[in-house]
Design a protein around this ligand. Structure first.
Ligand SMILES: [Zn+2]
Length: 667
């Protein structure tokens, strides 16, 4: 199926043209709500106008009054120049930071400043104890710790004048602590209405080390910047369909100059998708689609909240979306892997299955039938489970209801640093991933009964594979088990996992209704197929469990009773979400109450890197029917981790902020 479509897109989509868009976009300093972002948005719209698309420049207030769902807007910011000089006596002897040369050398959204300052080195500064015996008032603190937390403890609570940041986040396996000694990390303030503003600079790790070794240090700082009520833009382009349904292709246009791969690449690839499809439709190579295809370029998260909150009537008619985030990397230089990140399991659907299949088809991977096709093997790629962190995390929330896979190359050695530059971009990867997203959007836009039937079988085939492998993992462990207790735990674990899988598979099959409303019979047939496969796999495993138990001298697998984990006080309470879309945490982080800011920090500490994912998944599973205990179980099945305390305390924080209400469940 789709050979003509895929071939036409492969021929017409140009990775070189997309790379040229990156070159242009990456010249703009694209801070969310700023003149630089606006200039980039104008560039994008001009390209789309040239390509003959219907375009719109949507504008949303950047101020402290407007709220989009739970996201509070923020003021526009402009910076003319900023410098930081090292002082010897009263004399400036070294220019450490210069905004005009390297825009990432300041903390974005720094307030205006002018003066000479003493520098105090913090032991990262994220805990109260780090300030024992230190007087930071009126001084600059040097830290490589979490910026928001250091701002709260050093500036907001202890009166420091500003922050010097010399951190460089590591990403295993892409970037180790010593890999980028001369890069600057992308670092930003986000101001709430009542927060005292300050300024800050970003040093390279090498500069930071030199300062730390040469204390005491004094510096001269100048920042010429301004905040004002302004606007931020979302560029929209549209290829109309014959129905009022639509498919969405999104990418974020923001980030500091240059941020070539993150995310000038996604924005550029999306321009080329829109232009390519429009051209192929105009010249008659492809028929006009049944559903419309809408393209959006916006500031990450903030623009998506704003657009969705103002387009609620469109959500139910939006059948699926794709998010392009960092798609241009040269894999060797950036140490990248191309990932198709699936939407969360609470939003299981046909979408990731279609994406993976189209990738295989476009790259000549025939699924084991062809021995001579190696083109997809020359690219590192994977299908990964949901982790969030970009616009798909808002769209894929079941309260929004648009299944959205993300296309991303991850890790990336140069991610969020001044070294994310055009020379790290590979037109071949742009063509592969951009072509994939174009095919995905066009296939969904045209999907009918035949496509839905095919996708239904794809879902069943892939889900059966998963079931078989999950069962096989349990069998492998069972044959290594040394006592009956371990065996019965394995069996319970397998049963719970299969129940969860079947639950998600049913949701995925039911999503076919979006493409073909009369798919009831097909869904019934295929779900019977999956239930039968689950039964077969469980009995295959049961056989092994029993034999192993017998050889361990036990006949009764259920005898050593396994205690269920102790229920927390909230386990039987049912959280009722009071908002649409995931909670925008910024409003909580900026709250007036220092104790609740500390509580949020502690909750995020507990889950570490997984905080974002864990708390998003918990919200997605909170459907108004499940209690906290069941939500914790669901997140465990989805991730393999139990976040008992983290999820419980997260819901407590949400309740304290009126973002959920408790309903008592039946015992
Ligand atoms: Zn980013």
């Amino acid at each position: 199926m789709f050979e003509t479509t895929l071939n036409a897109i492969r021929v017409a989509y140009s990775g070189e043209r997309a790379k040229r868009h990156i070159a242009n976009i990456s010249q703009h300093h694209r801070i969310q709500a700023s003149p630089g972002y606006r200039a980039a948005a104008a560039y994008v719209q001009a390209q789309l106008d040239n390509a003959g698309l219907i375009t719109e420049m949507l504008s949303y207030p950047a101020d402290h009054q407007t709220t989009f769902w739970t996201m509070e807007s923020f003021q526009e910011w402009a910076c003319a120049r900023a410098t930081l000089d090292l002082l010897q006596g009263e004399q400036a002897v070294d220019r450490l930071c210069d905004f005009e040369a390297v825009p990432m050398s300041i903390i974005q959204r720094s307030a205006a400043a002018q003066g000479d300052y003493e520098v105090v080195v913090l032991k990262d500064g994220t805990e109260h104890a780090h300030y024992d015996g230190l007087d930071v008032a009126g001084k600059l603190v040097l830290t490589d710790g979490d910026l928001g937390r250091v701002y709260d403890l050093a500036v907001r609570r202890r009166g420091a004048a500003g922050i010097l940041f010399d951190g460089m986040a590591t990403t295993a396996p892409g970037r180790g602590p010593l890999d980028l000694p001369d890069a600057r990390q992308y670092t930003s303030f986000w101001w709430g209405a009542d927060e005292p503003r300050c300024f800050g600079f970003v040093l390279t790790p090498r500069q930071g080390r030199r300062l730390r070794q040469n204390l005491p240090v004094r510096v001269r700082a100048q920042v010429v910047s301004a905040f004002y009520d302004g606007a931020f833009e979302v560029v929209a382009a549209f290829i109309p369909g014959q129905s009022d349904e639509e498919v969405l292709v999104v990418s974020h246009l923001c980030h500091p100059q240059p941020s070539a791969n993150d995310n000038a690449s996604g924005a550029a690839a999306t321009i080329e998708i829109a232009a390519t499809l429009q051209r192929l439709i105009d010249d008659g190579t492809l028929p006009p689609p049944r559903r419309g295809i809408r393209f959006l370029w916006m500031p990450e998260m903030t623009g998506t909240y704003a657009y969705l909150a103002n387009s609620e009537d469109r959500l139910a008619r939006t059948v699926a979306a794709v998010n392009l985030d960092m798609v241009g990397q040269n894999q060797e230089r950036c140490h990248s892997v191309f990932n198709i990140e699936q939407p969360p399991e609470a939003m299981a659907s046909f979408a990731p299955v279609l994406m993976k299949r189209l990738w295989d088809m476009l790259n000549g991977d025939t699924g084991g039938h062809g021995t001579f096709e190696l083109s997809s093997a020359s690219v590192r790629h994977a299908v990964t489970s949901f982790s969030g962190g970009s616009d798909h995390y808002i769209l894929s929330d079941p309260t929004v209801g648009v299944p959205t896979p993300m296309l991303i190359q991850w890790p990336d050695r140069f991610y969020h640093t001044s070294e994310d530059t055009l020379d790290k971009v590979d037109p071949d990867m742009l063509a592969r991933i951009g072509g994939l997203a174009a095919a995905y959007a066009y296939v969904i836009a045209g999907a009918d009964q035949r496509t839905a039937t095919w996708l239904g079988h794809e879902i069943v085939a892939r889900r059966q594979c998963r079931l078989v492998w999950r069962t096989q993992a349990a069998i492998t462990s069972a044959l290594g088990a040394e006592d009956a207790t371990a065996l019965s735990r394995l069996r319970d674990g397998l049963r719970a996992a299969v129940d969860h899988r079947i639950d998600c598979d049913m949701t995925a099959l039911q999503s076919l209704e979006r493409l073909w409303p009369d798919c009831g019979e097909l869904v019934a047939e295929l779900s019977a197929e999956l239930h039968e496969a689950a039964r077969r796999e469980l009995s295959r495993a049961e056989h092994v469990f029993r034999n192993r138990a017998r050889s361990l001298g036990s006949d009764d697998l259920s005898s050593p009773a396994v205690q269920p984990p102790p229920g927390g006080p909230f386990d039987s309470l049912i959280p009722q979400r009071q908002y649409r879309g995931p909670v925008a945490l910024r409003s909580l982080e900026e709250g007036d109450d220092p104790a609740s800011r500390d509580a949020l920090w502690q909750a995020s500490r507990l889950a570490g890197n997984q905080w974002w994912t864990a708390r998003s998944l918990a919200e997605y599973w909170a459907d108004g029917q499940r209690n906290v205990g069941e939500i914790i179980d669901k997140v465990y099945q989805e991730t393999g981790y139990r976040f008992d305390t983290e999820i419980t305390s997260y819901f407590e924080i949400l309740e304290a902020n009126d973002l959920i209400r408790w309903r008592a469940g039946e015992e």
